[in-house]
Design a binder for this molecule. Structure first.
Ligand code: IMP
Length: 423
C-alpha cells in the first residue's frame, strides 16, 4: 500500500483515528490534507492517552513522519501546544513537517466563527468554533495568510493590517462586537516563528519524492465525506474537502500517485452539529447507541446524533471517493440489539430513492426504507477471526458488501488496537 488515503465515509467520527493508527505502524509518512483543529483523535501512548487535533496520527511511531500539508488551516498556538504535549509524553515532535503553503487560523477567524454562529440563530451550522470556516473563507477571498508569510515580518504585518481593515468594519457594524488590534495579533504570531521554523518546508516536494522512492504514505482525512464542502450535506458541512479528492489537492500530489482509498464507516451512523440526517433515531434505540458507543465529540464534547447504517450514504461515499475497501468500525455496539436495521432506500410523499439524493431538501422530508436483519445478541469483543463471528454478524457484513458493491476489509469489535478482524 505505497500511497493510501483513509477517508471518513459518513459525517465524521467514524473511528478514523484508530484506523490510521493501525496502518501508520508501517507507514513512512502520515499526512493531514485538510481541516484544522476542528478534528480530534486520541492516541494511546503506553498507558497514557494523548488527544490531538492537528498533529497527524503516526507521531508515536518513530519510523513515521507526520506531515501537515497545504490544504490544512493551522492555528499555530494549538500546533505548538500539541507539540509540547507530545514531547511531555516522551514523543519526538521534531519530525513534524508543516507545509509552507498551509493557511493560518487567525484570532479574528475564531471570533468570526463564534459571532456568525450566534447571528445565524436557529439556522446555525453547529461549528466547532475553532475559526475553520472563516479561515477557508479568507483563503478563497485571497485575504488568507499562509505559514510562509510568518517568515517575512513586513509582509506578515501588511497582510494582517489588510485583513483586519475588512474584519474591523464587519465585526462592529454587522456583528455588534469589538474591533481587533492588528499590532497585538502581529506580535503574538511573530512570537511563534522560531518554534515553527524548523518544521516548515515544501511538503508537496517531500511527498512527491517519498512516493517516487517507494515509501509508504498514508493520507489521513479529517471529518467525513458527508461533511465535504462540495459533496456533503451543504451548508451543514465543514469548509474543506475531506473526501479523497481533497487529499490530492491538499497535498500537492497527482491523482495517479494514489494506490488505495479506504473508507471508514461505523456499523451504524452518527453526526454532530445540525443538518439533515434521514436515519437519525430519536428514541431509546438511538440513546442506547450513544451511550454504548460513547458518542460524545472529541473536540467539543457534544452528544452525537445516532441512527442505523445508511447504505445510500455509504454507496455515495464509495462513488465520491472511489473507495477500494471499507473499514467497518464499532461492530460490537450492534451486539446490544435484537434486530438490526439498515436503510436501503428513502421514500418521500411523491418519490422513491435508491441513491443518495442530490437535492438537499429531499433529505429533510424523506423517510428511510429499512431492511431488518437478525442481530447476533452475543459479545463479539473477543473475536479476532471472521470465522469466529456469529453467523448473523457475518451475514451483516456480507449484506453491506453486496449493497455497496465494495469489499469490507476490516471490522473493529472494540476500542483497543487488537480488537480488530482482518477479513
Ligand atoms: P467546522 O468544521 O468547525 O466549521 O464545523 C462544521 C460542521 O462540521 C459542524 O457540523 C461540525 O460539527 C462538523 N465537524 C467538524 N469537524 C468534525 C469532526 O471532526 N467530526 C465530526 N463533525 C465535525
Amino acid at each position: 500500500m505505497p500511497a493510501t488515503i483513509v477517508v471518513g465515509a459518513q459525517w465524521g467520527d467514524e473511528g478514523k483515528g484508530r484506523v490510521v493508527d493501525y496502518f501508520a505502524e508501517r507507514a513512512d509518512y502520515v499526512v493531514r490534507y485538510q481541516g484544522g483543529n476542528n478534528a480530534g483523535h486520541t492516541i494511546v501512548v503506553g498507558d497514557q492517552r494523548l488527544a490531538l487535533s492537528l498533529i497527524p496520527s503516526g507521531i508515536h511511531y518513530p519510523n513515521c513522519t507526520p506531515v501537515i500539508a497545504s490544504g490544512t488551516v493551522i492555528d499555530p498556538a494549538v500546533l505548538i501546544a500539541e507539540m509540547d504535549m507530545a514531547a511531555s509524553k516522551g514523543l519526538d515532535p521534531s519530525r513534524i513537517r508543516v507545509s509552507t503553503n498551509a493557511h493560518l487560523v487567525m484570532p479574528y477567524h475564531r471570533k468570526l466563527d463564534a459571532v456568525i454562529e450566534r447571528f445565524l440563530g436557529k439556522n446555525q451550522i453547529g461549528t466547532t468554533k475553532k475559526g475553520i470556516g472563516p479561515a477557508y473563507t479568507d483563503k478563497y477571498s485571497r485575504f488568507g495568510i499562509r505559514v510562509q508569510d510568518l517568515f517575512d515580518p513586513k509582509i506578515f504585518a501588511e497582510k494582517v493590517h489588510t485583513a483586519l481593515e475588512d474584519k474591523n468594519k464587519i465585526l462592529p457594524r454587522i456583528y455588534n462586537t469589538l474591533p481587533m488590534d492588528a499590532d497585538e495579533i502581529i506580535e503574538e504570531y511573530l512570537g511563534y516563528v522560531e518554534r515553527l521554523r524548523p518544521h516548515v518546508e515544501d511538503t508537496s516536494l517531500l511527498l512527491h519524492r517519498a512516493i517516487n522512492t517507494g515509501k509508504e504514505v498514508l493520507f489521513e482525512g479529517a471529518q467525513g465525506t458527508l461533511l465535504d464542502i462540495d459533496h456533503g450535506t451543504y451548508p451543514f458541512v465543514t469548509s474543506s474537502n475531506p473526501s479523497a479528492g481533497g487529499a490530492i489537492i491538499g497535498s500537492g500530489i497527482g491523482p495517479k500517485a494514489i494506490d488505495e482509498v479506504i473508507g471508514v464507516a461505523k456499523a451504524y451512523i452518527s453526526r454532530v452539529g445540525t443538518g439533515p440526517f434521514p436515519t437519525e433515531l430519536h428514541d431509546d434505540v438511538g440513546d442506547k447507541m450513544i451511550e454504548l458507543g460513547g458518542e460524545y465529540g472529541t473536540v467539543t464534547g457534544r452528544r452525537r446524533r445516532c441512527g442505523w447504517l445508511d447504505l445510500l450514504a455509504l454507496r455515495y461515499a464509495v462513488r465520491v471517493n472511489s473507495l477500494t475497501k471499507v473499514f467497518l468500525t464499532k461492530m460490537d455496539i450492534l451486539s446490544a440489539f435484537d434486530t438490526i436495521k439498515v436503510a436501503t432506500g428513502y421514500r418521500s410523499a411523491d418519490d422513491a430513492f435508491d441513491e443518495f439524493p442530490a437535492q438537499q431538501s429531499v433529505l429533510y422530508h424523506c423517510e428511510p426504507v429499512y431492511e431488518e436483519l437478525p442481530g447476533w445478541g452475543e459479545d463479539i469483543t473477543g473475536v479476532r477471526r471472521l470465522d469466529d463471528l456469529p453467523k448473523e454478524a457475518r451475514a451483516y457484513i456480507e449484506y453491506v458488501e453486496a449493497a455497496i458493491d465494495t469489499e469490507v476489509g476490516w471490522v473493529s469489535v472494540g476500542p483497543e488496537r487488537t480488537q480488530l478482524i482482518e477479513l
